[in-house]
Design a binder for this molecule. Structure first.
Ligand code: NAD
Length: 359
């Protein structure tokens, strides 16, 4: 391991950033160390973050906490209050005015001009299009020492994502990576998100650069292939989640109506072939899993509107690919109705909706 580090760490990078080694915890594994060093290698002093919502705010906070204190983070959100709150919180943790610097940009173009790495976390495809259009329409970006890296962590449709990657690459504005996340707001806050990403280059050095950035906000990063493959992977996973959630709610409702004890039924399922994340971690029946949203009035967790949005994107992407989804339309009808009846609640509230429909 030490030989690999010695070869991959130019002296200049160490000199530029001597404090970094000291900040890495001593318990770090050798794999993590290699990743940390490659991050150091490619880092510039200015980072950008656009979209400080439920996910982005927490991700940007972790980013700010993990990059060197002397680096600058440039942020932008159309909600100016979110940006101001972020600056105030960053200042609270700084020991001097030169530490943990955060600048508020007036627009996304300003973020892109200043940052070597710019991360976006935006609600829907159209917001991502608007942001990248506003960046590219002003012409060439100033040249930086290192190639610009744009990482979009939003869940959007693969066609839009590929189009944006193409626009970034053909205008030579930098490299675009789609890296949607799994793990929700809890994972964003804890810095334990899983990323699945699509990137045009297979070069190990480039992939390590991406992984190094994502490691500031999460624990896992899967490279799935070319641009668009990150969002495709995310939508395939969330399609399955949408169906599993309905199936779990139906099976639990059925079993309880047959007179089975909910906990006993869940235990049986979780050690049998029906086992899945909704049955095991996010069980929709109140009281079965104490930490699940169902046990606290379906508050928090993964909102039913977000599930419905991801399902819509999966169905559209399936249609574009000519893939048959036998349960897709049925599931969509269910989530439309549940969203209408229980907007704002965790998506496991499907169980409550089913109960209200059952005689
Ligand atoms: P959100 O609506 O809370 O946040 C989005 C932020 O983007 C808002 O602060 C909004 O003001 C800002 N914004 C919108 N347009 C903008 C623009 N043009 N310029 C700058 N800022 C702009 O959404 P979220 O829950 O944080 O989700 C972000 C993305 O992550 C979505 O694509 C979502 O599907 C995905 N995601 C969310 C979760 C979750 O649990 N919330 C989980 C996994 C993935």
């Amino acid at each position: 391991m030490s030989a690999r580090i010695a070869y991959s760490l130019p002296r200049a990078a160490l000199l530029r950033n001597p404090g970094y080694l000291r900040r890495w915890p001593s318990t770090t594994s050798s794999a993590q160390l290699t990743r940390a060093f490659s991050t150091t290698l490619h880092r510039d002093a200015t980072w950008g973050f656009v979209g400080l919502g439920q996910m982005g705010y927490n991700m940007a906070k972790n980013l700010r906490a993990k990059i060197p204190a002397a680096d600058t983070l440039v942020i932008r959100d159309v909600n100016e209050e979110a940006a101001k709150r972020f600056v105030a919180e960053a200042q609270e943790t700084a020991h001097s005015p030169n530490e943990n610097r955060v600048e508020i940009a007036q627009n996304a173009r300003e973020v892109a001009e200043k940052s070597t790495v710019m991360i976006t976390s935006l609600p829907e495809s159209q917001h991502v299009i608007d942001v990248f259009h506003s960046i590219l329409k002003e012409g060439k970006l100033p040249v930086l020492e290192e190639e610009r890296l744009f990482i979009d962590t939003s869940t959007i449709d693969p066609v839009t994502s590929k189009d944006i990657a193409n626009a970034i690459h053909t205008t030579q504005a930098g490299r675009f990576v789609d890296a949607p996340v799994s793990g929700g707001v809890v994972g964003a806050r804890a810095g334990t998100l899983s990323f699945m990403f699509g990137a045009s280059s297979q070069s190990e050095e480039f992939l390590e650069r991406i992984r190094g950035v994502l490691a500031h906000m999460g624990k896992k990063a899967w490279h799935l292939g070319e641009p668009g493959s990150g969002v495709s992977g995310k939508l395939a996973n969330n399609y399955m989640l949408a169906i599993n959630n309905i199936a779990t709610a139906e099976a639990m409702n059925l079993g309880i109506r047959w007179g089975l004890d909910p906990k006993a039924l869940a235990d049986l399922i979780n050690s049998s072939t029906g086992r899945c994340w909704p049955s095991e971690v996010n069980n929709p029946v109140p009281g079965v899993v104490e930490t699940a949203p169902a046990s606290r009035g379906y508050e928090g967790g993964f909102g039913v509107s977000l599930m419905n949005k991801d399902l819509r994107l999966a169905l559209e992407a399936a249609d574009q690919a000519g893939a048959t989804l036998a349960l897709g339309d049925e599931a969509r009808n269910v989530y439309n109705a549940v969203e209408e009846a229980h907007r704002g609640k965790d998506f496991s509230v499907v169980y409550q909706w089913l109960q209200s429909k059952s005689e």
